[in-house]
Write a protein that binds this ligand. Structure first.
Ligand code: ARG
Ligand code: ASP
Length: 709
C-alpha cells in the first residue's frame, strides 16, 4: 500500500516535470514565462503577445484554415510547408509547366500567382469572455437547454465586441467548455504563390519517410499576402499591393545546437490530453485497429494499380498520400501508447484523483460515469468507425452516393433549388471523376465489403448487406450503376426533378449505398451523438475537477485550431534500446538516401552538384549543410508551417512533422520520445539562393546573427 502511495506521488510529480503543452498566447505571464526563461529564452510574455504594441503574434498567420504560416518580410512574404501549399502548386501546374515536378519561382511581383479561394488569417486580439458566456445558466436545466443558452450568449458577445468593419470575431471554448475565448481576426483573401522547390526537395522521402526521423525534407513553399491600398483585406485585384505587417520575423543564420531553446507558434488542430484511461483503452484496442486494417487493405490495392499504370498514379497520388498519412500515424500512435504504458499511468492518476474526491458529491462519480458511458458507446463507436472508413472514406462509389444522398435530401426539402443544386452536383462530380478509376474502386469495394459484413457490429448493418453475396453484388453494381463514370453520373441529372429522383433511386449503386447511408443517419449517428454529448458533459466536469484537485499541475487547454505557443529545446532521442538519434540531419543524408529515378528518393542534378562542390554559401555549418532538426515542442496536425523561433525572437526553423514513436502525443505527451520535426531555415535559404538563384527573395529578408552578438 505504501509502495502504491509513493508510486502515485512519483507519477504526479513526474507529470509536472514534463514539458509539453500548447498555451494560449495572451496568458503566458507567470508560469510559462518563467519556464521558458529557465529553458534559455530571453523573451518576455509581452514580446510574444501584446495588444498595444507589435509582437511576435503579428507575424503568425493561419494558412487557409488548416496550416500555419509566418510573415518573413515587410512586404507580406509568407513561409509555410510545401505540403500546405501542395494544392495551390498543383492547381497552377500543367504538362507544360509542372511546378510540382520542377518547382516554381516568381522572378518579380507581377509574376506571383493568385489562388482563388485561398485565405490567410491574422489574430488581432484575444479576450477571455468566460463570465459573459457562462453567466446565469442554472444547473437545473438539461444539457440541451444549457447549450442553447451558451450559444445565445456567444452570439451576443460576438455581436457586441468592438472591432473594425473589416475584422471578424470568433468564440472558442477551452478546457472542454470551462473557459471561453473570443478572437478578433483579419482574413486576407488575395494570397499569391511566390515560390516552391521541386517535389524531390519539398517532399523528399514522401510516404516512406513520412512521420519518421532521420528525415531530409525541404518541406517549404512561399506565398505573399496582398492588401488594398489601405493595407486592409480585399478580394483579388490587380491594384492590390503587398501587405505591410505590424511585425515580421528576422531569420537567424546561426543555426541550432542540442539544448537550444525553441518556441513553436501556430494553430494546432486537435488534441485530447485529458481523456480517462477507459477512453484510451477503447481507442487503442477497439477503434484504431480496424481503421488501420481497413486503410492497409485499401492502400495495398491502390498501390498495385499505381505501380502498373501512370495515369492511375497521377489520379490517386494525392488521395493515396492522405490515406497513408493517418494510417501510418495511427500505427505509431498505438505503439507509442502501449510502449509508454499510457493507460496504466492514467489509471494511477485516476486512483489518486478518486482518493481525493471521494467525499465530494459532484466529483465522486465522474470516473464511474466514464466507465459506464464508454461501455455503452463502444459498439456504436465501432460501427461509426467502420462506416466512416469504408462507406465515407475508402469506397469511392459510396462516397459519390453520399453526395447524391445530400442532393436528394435538399431537392426534396426545397424543390425550387433543383436547378441550382443539380449544377452544383455536376460540378462536384466533374472534379470527383477526374481522379476516379472504377476498376480500382471495385477491387477496394470487394475487399472492404467482406470486412464490413464480417467484422462491423451486426446490429448496425442493413439487411441488404448482412445477407448479401459480396462478389455477386459487386459485379452487379459496377456493371450496372451509372456512378462508375462521369458520363453515366451526368446522365442521372437529365430531365425534370421527378425523373431525376426516380432515376437515381433506380440506380444499383445508389440504392445499395442509400441503405448504408440511412442506417448511419437513422441509427448510428443519433445514438453516437447522444452518448457522446453525455461523455462531453462528464469530461467538462472532470476537466474542472482535475484542475481543482491538482493545483500544482500545469493544465493547458486541448488544441482546437486556435493560436498557441509551445516550447522546448533541440533534443535527440532514443527510439529503442541501444539506439540514439542525433537531433540534426545534413545534406549528406539526402545523398545517402538517393535512389536515381525513384519517385520518393530522386535528387535534382543541381542539388547533387551543389553538394559535390560543397557550395553552401553563408548557409553551411562547418562545411556541412543542415537540413532538418528535432525538438521537444508539443505539436499536432495544423502546426505544419509553424515558425520555430529562437531565444531572441528570430526564425530558425519551419515545423512540418513529428517522429513516429511520438505520434501518440495527441493523447499522451511523453518527453522522452515525443519530438517535432523542423526544416532548418538555413536549408530553406540555401534552396532559394543557391539552388533556385532567386536573389530577389533573399534581398527581402532580414538575416541576423544573434549568437555572434
Ligand atoms: N505527416 C505530416 C503531417 O501530418 C506530413 C504529411 C505530408 N507528407 C506526406 N508525405 N504525406 O501532416
Ligand atoms: N504534419 C502535420 C501537419 O500537417 C503536423 C503534425 O501532425 O505533426 O500539420
Amino acid at each position: 500500500m505504501k509502495f502504491l502511495k509513493y508510486l502515485l506521488l512519483f507519477l504526479v510529480v513526474q507529470l509536472s516535470a514534463q514539458q509539453g503543452g500548447m498555451w494560449i498566447p495572451s496568458l503566458l505571464e507567470g508560469m510559462n514565462e518563467t519556464e521558458m526563461q529557465s529553458l534559455g529564452s530571453h523573451l518576455s510574455a509581452k514580446d510574444i503577445y501584446d495588444v498595444n504594441h507589435s509582437s511576435l503574434k503579428d507575424a503568425i498567420v493561419h494558412f487557409n484554415g488548416g496550416c500555419t504560416s509566418e510573415i518573413i518580410s515587410e512586404k507580406g512574404l509568407l513561409l509555410t510547408n510545401h505540403h500546405c501549399g501542395y494544392g495551390a502548386i498543383q492547381s497552377h501546374s500543367s504538362l507544360e509547366h509542372d511546378y510540382l515536378k520542377d518547382g516554381f519561382w516568381a522572378e518579380k511581383l507581377s509574376l506571383e500567382l493568385p489562388n482563388k479561394g485561398m485565405v490567410a488569417t491574422l489574430i488581432v486580439r484575444i479576450e477571455d469572455i468566460t463570465d459573459q458566456v457562462l453567466q446565469q445558466i442554472p444547473d437545473t436545466l438539461s444539457i440541451e437547454e444549457r447549450m442553447k443558452m451558451i450559444d445565445q450568449n456567444i452570439a451576443n458577445a460576438q455581436k457586441n465586441v468592438k472591432k473594425e468593419t473589416w475584422q471578424e470575431s470568433r468564440v472558442k471554448s477551452m478546457y472542454d467548455g470551462n473557459q471561453y475565448m473570443l478572437f478578433v481576426t483579419e482574413t486576407f483573401k488575395d494570397i499569391r504563390l511566390v515560390g516552391a522547390p521541386p517535389t524531390s526537395i519539398g517532399k523528399f522521402g514522401s510516404d516512406t519517410d513520412n512521420w519518421m526521423w532521420p528525415r531530409h525534407t525541404g518541406d517549404f513553399s512561399l506565398f505573399r499576402i496582398y492588401a488594398d491600398k489601405n493595407n486592409r483585406p480585399a478580394e483579388y485585384s490587380q491594384e492590390n499591393i503587398p501587405y505591410k505587417p505590424k511585425h515580421f520575423l528576422p531569420i537567424s543564420l546561426d543555426g541550432v545546437s542540442e539544448n537550444d531553446f525553441t518556441l513553436v507558434f501556430g494553430f494546432p488542430g486537435r488534441t485530447s490530453e485529458y481523456l480517462p484511461a477507459v477512453a484510451i483503452d477503447q481507442l487503442v484496442h477497439t477503434i484504431n485497429p480496424p481503421k488501420i486494417e481497413i486503410r492497409e487493405e485499401a492502400l495495398k490495392i491502390v498501390d498495385q494499380y499505381m505501380r502498373k499504370d501512370d495515369k492511375i498514379k497521377i489520379q490517386y497520388a494525392s488521395k493515396y498520400a492522405s490515406i497513408a498519412n493517418y494510417w501510418k500515424k495511427w500505427i505509431g500512435e498505438n505503439q507509442g501508447l502501449k510502449k509508454t504504458n499510457a493507460i496504466a499511468k492514467k489509471k494511477a492518476l485516476e486512483a489518486s484523483f478518486q482518493e481525493q474526491v471521494r467525499n465530494k458529491d459532484e466529483y465522486a462519480d465522474l470516473l464511474n460515469t466514464f466507465e459506464q458511458l464508454y461501455a455503452e458507446i463502444d459498439t456504436v463507436a465501432l460501427a461509426r468507425a467502420y462506416w466512416s472508413e469504408i462507406v465515407y472514406r475508402n469506397i469511392e462509389l459510396l462516397n459519390a452516393s453520399i453526395r447524391l444522398y445530400g442532393f436528394e435530401r435538399r431537392i426534396l426539402k426545397n424543390p425550387d433549388s433543383f436547378e441550382e443544386e443539380r449544377d452544383k452536383m455536376i460540378k462536384s462530380y466533374q472534379g470527383f471523376y477526374k481522379n476516379y478509376n472504377a476498376e480500382v474502386d471495385q477491387d477496394v469495394f470487394e475487399k472492404l465489403m467482406h470486412m464490413y459484413q464480417k467484422k462491423s457490429p451486426a446490429s448496425y448493418l442493413p439487411s441488404t448487406l448482412k445477407d448479401a453475396d459480396i462478389n455477386v453484388l459487386s459485379n452487379e453494381i459496377y456493371r450496372e450503376s451509372k456512378l462508375t463514370n462521369l458520363k453515366g453520373a451526368q446522365s442521372l441529372f437529365e430531365g425534370p426533378r421527378e425523373d431525376v429522383i426516380k432515376k437515381i433511386n433506380a440506380d444499383k449503386g445508389y440504392s445499395f449505398g442509400k441503405g448504408l447511408i440511412e442506417t448511419y443517419y437513422q441509427r448510428i449517428e443519433p445514438r453516437y451523438n447522444k452518448l457522446n454529448l453525455q461523455i462531453k458533459e462528464n469530461q467538462k466536469v472532470y476537466m474542472k475537477a482535475l484542475i481543482e484537485t491538482f493545483p500544482e499541475e500545469r493544465f493547458f487547454p486541448d488544441a482546437n485550431s486556435t493560436l498557441r505557443v509551445t516550447y522546448g529545446k533541440v533534443s535527440g532521442y532514443s527510439p529503442t534500446d541501444a539506439v540514439y538519434y542525433q537531433p540534426v540531419s545534413y545534406l549528406k543524408g539526402v545523398m545517402e538516401k538517393y535512389k536515381p529515378g525513384d519517385y520518393e528518393f530522386d535528387v535534382p542534378e543541381k542539388l547533387k552538384a551543389l553538394y559535390q562542390q560543397k557550395d553552401y554559401g553563408i548557409y553551411g555549418d562547418n562545411g556541412k549543410m543542415p537540413v532538418n532538426f528535432i525538438g521537444t515542442n508539443h505539436t499536432t496536425g495544423g502546426n505544419s508551417g509553424s515558425p520555430v523561433i529562437d531565444a531572441h525572437g528570430n526564425l530558425i526553423g519551419l515545423n512540418f512533422d513529428r517522429v513516429w514513436e511520438g505520434t501518440m502525443s495527441d493523447y499522451y505527451y511523453d518527453p522522452d520520445i515525443c519530438r517535432n520535426i523542423m526544416v532548418d531555415l538555413r536549408y530553406v535559404l540555401f534552396i532559394i539562393d543557391k539552388f533556385a538563384g532567386n536573389q530577389r527573395i533573399i534581398d527581402e529578408l532580414k538575416l541576423v546573427h544573434p549568437k555572434k552578438g
